[in-house]
Design a protein around this ligand. Structure first.
Ligand SMILES: NC(=O)c1ccc[n+]([C@@H]2O[C@H](COP(=O)([O-])OP(=O)(O)OC[C@H]3O[C@@H](n4cnc5c(N)ncnc54)[C@H](O)[C@@H]3O)[C@@H](O)[C@H]2O)c1
Length: 356
């Protein structure tokens, strides 16, 4: 394995690979030299590179993890696929639908695997919800609300995160892509018909709402939204309401959640500060009386699940169709949301029109 990126994501991938049997971390790449040496030593990685291109060019890697800023996801993934490597890419797969499409095409042409680290859907509570849905306890889900909101949660003020070119956007592409993923996964991948989105940049632009984490500064302007809201129409008449914010005047916590309304039942998931206990409530009728089920949740480590599945898929040799299409679908939704916000109108996705 080779890992690109030395931030939280890069270290988490590296750590989890090393928990698996017969996986060797051969190379690591990143720009912060002291941190590169420190991680190399801590995890016993023999080959350290400054730039991702050097790592990707190595011929002793089967696969790489991309944990670099979003603008590097497509170039790193495509270069790796072209040289025959499998790719585990952090979310979002890319900054735009077009970039994500290029990655998927490169994976198909190379006959290699692309997985995207949608780690939050692997949480124990999301998995419990999924099994209730698969058992039919909610019936047909017709409306979902998905939110991820922080008070002062802008990551790396002035870093790549707040640079439009490098990040592709703000909380919508960063946090929104996780809640879009969870919602579409739970709803069994409905088609997206249209999106209507608005974005705001009220606090970040005034230098407020930062999380205070130290990251390399690339500029002093705040170029992305700090809050996004969207209304998304799905196939079969279902709808999804989205709210993703890094900064807003609200409770001082980092909270995400889902509300699902189905024909036979409903559910709420409320996660406060990444907590894992007592997060889900399922609402049904038992003998004609409203009842609330509070399932016990077994915590699961999202990154471990994702990394293990990636390694198992690569080892299995069954690579067909594992080309990152879910990542592409999410990238298209995010992309359409930004277009809608910019142009102030509803945007219809491939082949869909407003008429019924
Ligand atoms: N799934 C999750 O829960 C999760 C959590 C955090 C971050 N992420 C994703 O992981 C990615 C990285 O996020 P982060 O918070 O770790 O960012 P970060 O800014 O902390 O780290 C980015 C790393 O990329 C490296 N890098 C930049 N340019 C490079 C180049 N040319 N060659 C090699 N390395 C280069 C930097 O040196 C740095 O070490 C993002 O896409 C983010 O969305 C996902």
């Amino acid at each position: 394995m080779g890992v690109i990126g030395l931030g939280w994501a890069g270290e988490t991938h590296l750590k989890n690979y090393l928990r698996l049997p017969n996986v060797e971390a051969v190379a690591l790449a990143g720009l912060e030299e002291p941190r590169l040496r420190e991680l190399g030593q801590r995890y016993g990685v023999p080959n350290l590179h400054r730039d991702y291109e050097e790592l990707v060019a190595r011929d002793d890697l089967d696969a790489i993890s991309i944990c670099a800023p979003n603008h590097l996801h497509a170039p790193a993934a495509i270069a790796a696929l072209k040289s025959g490597k499998h790719v585990l890419c952090e979310k979002p797969l890319a900054r735009t639908g077009a970039e994500a499409e290029e990655i998927v095409r490169a994976a198909r042409e190379a006959g290699r695997v692309v997985h995207v680290a949608f780690t939050q859907r692997e949480r124990g509570d999301v998995q419990v919800l999924k099994s209730h849905i698969l058992d039919g306890n909610l019936g047909r889900i017709y409306h979902v609300k998905a939110t991820w909101m922080r008070r002062n949660g802008i990551p790396g003020m002035g870093s790549w995160f707040t640079n439009k070119e490098m990040a592709g956007g703000g909380p919508l592409i960063d946090l929104g892509v996780h809640i879009i993923d969870m919602a579409l996964y739970l709803m069994d991948e409905p088609e997206i018909e249209s999106v209507s989105c608005a974005t705001y940049a009220e606090l970040g632009t005034q230098g407020r709402g930062g999380r205070g984490d130290a990251k390399t500064i690339v500029g002093d302007t705040y170029e992305v939204e700090d809050l996004a809201t969207a209304f998304i129409r799905l196939s079969g008449g279902a709808t999804l309401n989205l709210e993703a914010g890094w900064a807003a005047y609200r409770e001082s916590s980092d909270d995400f959640g889902l509300t699902l309304y189905g024909t036979e039942g409903g559910a709420e998931m409320r996660v406060r500060n990444y907590g894992t206990q007592d997060t889900v409530r399922i609402f049904t009728d038992v003998s004609g009386v409203p009842a609330v089920v509070i399932p016990e949740i077994e915590p699961r480590e999202g990154h471990l699940v994702v990394v293990r599945r990636f390694v198992e898929t690569v080892r299995s040799g069954e690579w067909e169709g594992q080309v990152g299409e879910e990542g592409l679908r999410r990238a298209r939704v995010v992309d359409a949301c930004y277009t809608s916000a910019l142009e102030h109108h509803e945007v219809f996705l491939d082949g869909h029109t407003g008429s019924r």
